[in-house]
Design a protein around this ligand. Structure first.
Ligand code: NAD
Ligand code: SER
Length: 318
């Protein structure tokens, strides 16, 4: 049987773009989008309202569409999770168990579940962070991702569940707004630069973090899911790197397109989260095992973001 895909959390920052790409590859009818909330964009294929914590609802949708592969994107991200740690733990862990158990029971064949650079903590070497290193996350989000990685590996080793995972860096795209992370500033900065030519940043000017342009993140997601099973040698989660920059560096790059752009800094509670994360990532395992190779530099990403945000602004005016 060909791939029938269910994307859970499809109305979010990644899901909005991933569903489009998966539909291009696998066909519109073979990719079911689902979320606890209605999508903000027009759907060109099947969509179901689904609360991932409701296992019966999940099973019914999987049965209805004969789903083989699940992409589980529903989660609370780092900043939002700190405001409601118990709820974040419940959502981030039990969503994963619901999907892992369906694979264990043989109901679905393959799972994509994203981890994050948040699995690392203040004691992790922060430059070129290795795949295997000290991991003592200090946020509830990071703790849930680290535990999730352990469970993914456990389900693979004990039950042969084909679960694949990437530790995404902070993601930047123009098609959707981010959903409550510490790296969200790197998306907001573009919107403010274009609309108001000024931006107040909630991180300090030299806070360097690992980041990635959304087309690269989508490419990596498709690549790891299409790779032959034997190439996926890491069943916890793969380090993945794109670009690393600070608020000051991205502001400088934006200024080369919008000379009047100005930035000010007002660090808040998210500064502490950012300080606990790496500055850059060693992703040689992903490169070796499934031929990962990023396309976008800071310069190329900035030019593309500004071009596309300007185009959508013009469309709105017309
Ligand atoms: P997001 O917050 O933008 O989207 C998450 C979606 O999940 C939302 O549309 C939300 O409505 C939905 N959702 C929440 N609770 C749900 C429930 N009970 N049932 C069904 N849907 C529910 O998040 P995102 O940025 O698209 O991230 C997707 C995944 O990637 C998450 O696991 C996140 O931890 C991971 N990740 C994201 C980034 C990033 O920079 N965006 C970086 C690292 C990892
Ligand atoms: N971008 C995410 C966040 O800031 C990292 O997982 O929460």
């Amino acid at each position: 049987m060909s791939d029938r895909i269910l994307v859970i959390g499809s109305s979010g920052q990644i899901g909005t773009e991933l569903v489009q790409e998966l539909r291009t590859i696998y066909g519109v009818e073979n990719v079911v989008a689902s979320d606890i909330k209605e999508p903000h964009n027009e759907q060109n294929g099947p969509f179901e309202v689904l609360d991932i914590l409701n296992k019966e609802q999940l099973e019914n949708i999987i049965k209805k569409y004969q789903v083989t592969d699940v992409y589980l994107l529903a989660a609370l991200l780092s900043a939002t999770a700190e405001k409601n740690p118990e709820f974040a733990w419940n959502l981030n862990m039990n969503s994963l168990f619901n999907v892992l158990n369906l694979a264990k029971e043989g109901v679905i064949k393959k799972i994509f579940w994203p981890s994050s650079i948040a699995v690392f903590g203040p004691s992790t070497p922060s430059i070129n962070t290795p795949q295997y290193t000290i991991m003592e996350p200090s946020t509830v989000y990071g703790i849930s991702k680290q535990a999730g990685e352990r469970w993914c590996e456990y389900y693979f080793n004990q039950y042969g569940v084909d679960v694949r995972s990437i530790r995404y860096p902070g993601l930047i795209g123009y098609k959707s707004k981010p959903g409550g992370g510490t790296t969200d500033y790197a998306v907001d900065i573009f919107h403010k630069a274009i609309e108001e030519e000024s931006f107040e940043c909630f991180l300090s000017e030299n806070t360097t973090l690992p980041m990635m342009y959304m087309p690269d993140a989508i490419k990596a997601t498709v690549q790891i899911m299409q790779a032959p099973k034997e190439n996926i040698k890491i069943r916890s989660s793969y380090n993945l790197a794109g670009i690393s920059f600070s608020p000051k560096e991205i502001a400088e790059e934006i200024k080369s397109h919008i000379p009047n752009f100005s930035i000010s800094y007002q660090p808040d509670y998210r500064q502490k989260i950012a300080n606990s994360w790496p500055q850059s990532i060693d992703d040689s395992s992903a490169k070796n095992d499934w031929h990962w190779n990023p396309t976008y530099s800071l310069e190329k990403m900035t030019a593309d973001m500004i071009l596309n945000l300007n185009l959508s602004l013009k469309k709105k005016v017309i």
